[in-house]
Design a protein around this ligand. Structure first.
Ligand code: NDP
Ligand code: 8X3
Length: 252
């Protein structure tokens, strides 16, 4: 088998672009997301183009029991995960703290924080046994600063930042690398999901500026994983040139 990469949230955006990058680098892939049709399409595309194997895990990372069952049920050779990309995540709504929907808060906290932890708990143990591995957590500019109505989403991404630091400390004895990558605006399905399917509102987020593309983040991951054994990139904040902070952007 080739080296193995596990990507959560591989069915679109940054996760999908990362899968394409890792496939081109010759990794066998474990692709996890809820939308089976998207995973099948991506898997067929990658296996026909590259000499790699793909395992699809159709699951919700919030479902602790099912995630544990499905990951532990993988054949032993698939547990030698070299690279884990904790990418699955979302924002739901953009409301002030007094008007926010508490169900949206649950969804964000359960996905971005708890789901990331459920997957990491299992895969990090495999990496510790193997005494090697690299965990890449997709944080956000929202994990570095807080903006109007960002409240809970920002809190979840601050948690990803803290967890990345914690993982790096805990996994230090085993030579396991931990990198956090924090993007600014990337044009993916992110804003459509944030605005619950309102495509026009989502489009406006990127109007009059050139945002990042998912491939820009996959390129950064490619750089990070290609450093020599003695070099770890701890943290990367990647913004569109037209975005200075989460809230300050330059539009045409
Ligand atoms: P997308 O909406 O395009 O992709 C999100 C991915 O996460 C999808 O594959 C989705 O798959 C998956 N996902 C969401 N919830 C779950 C769940 N409960 N279980 C399993 N998979 C899930 O957005 P992006 O590619 O932009 O987002 C990827 C990451 O990047 C997120 O963590 C996001 O917070 C972060 N980010 C995005 C930025 C942006 O501007 N786009 C900027 C900074 C960070 P499915 O629906 O099939 O389950
Ligand atoms: C996504 C970027 O600025 O919408 O994490 O929070 S932002």
């Amino acid at each position: 088998m080739n080296k193995i990469g596990l990507i959560t949230g591989a069915s679109s955006g940054i996760g999908e672009a990362t899968a394409e990058m890792l496939a081109a680098e010759g990794y066998d892939l474990i692709l996890l997301a809820r939308r089976e049709d998207k995973l099948i399409e991506l898997s067929d595309k990658l296996t026909s183009k590259f000499n790699i194997q793909v395992k699809k895990i159709v699951a919700d990372i919030r479902d602790k029991e099912n995630i544990s069952y499905l990951l532990n049920a993988l054949p032993a050779q698939w547990k030698s995960v070299q690279i884990l990309v904790n990418n699955a995540g979302l924002s739901q709504g953009l409301n002030s703290i007094d008007t926010g929907d508490v169900d949206d808060w649950d969804t964000m906290i359960d996905t971005n924080v708890k789901g990331l932890l459920y997957v990491s708990r299992i895969v990090s143990e495999w990496m510790v046994s193997a005494q090697t591995g690299h965990i890449i957590n997709i944080g956000s500019i929202a994990g570095k600063e807080v903006y109007l109505n960002g409240n809970v989403y920002c809190a979840t991404k601050h948690a990803v930042d803290a967890l990345s630091q914690g993982m790096r400390i805990d996994l230090l004895p085993y030579g396991i690398k931990v990198t956090a990558i924090h993007p600014g605006m990337v044009e993916t399905e992110f804003s459509v999901v944030r605005f619950k399917g309102d495509v026009n509102r989502a489009k406006k987020v990127y109007e009059g500026l050139e945002p990042l593309y998912a491939k820009d983040i996959a390129d950064a991951i490619q750089f990070v994983i290609s450093r020599p054994k003695h070099v770890n990139i701890n943290d990367m904040l990647i913004m569109p040139t037209a975005q200075a902070t989460a809230a300050i952007v330059k539009r045409d």
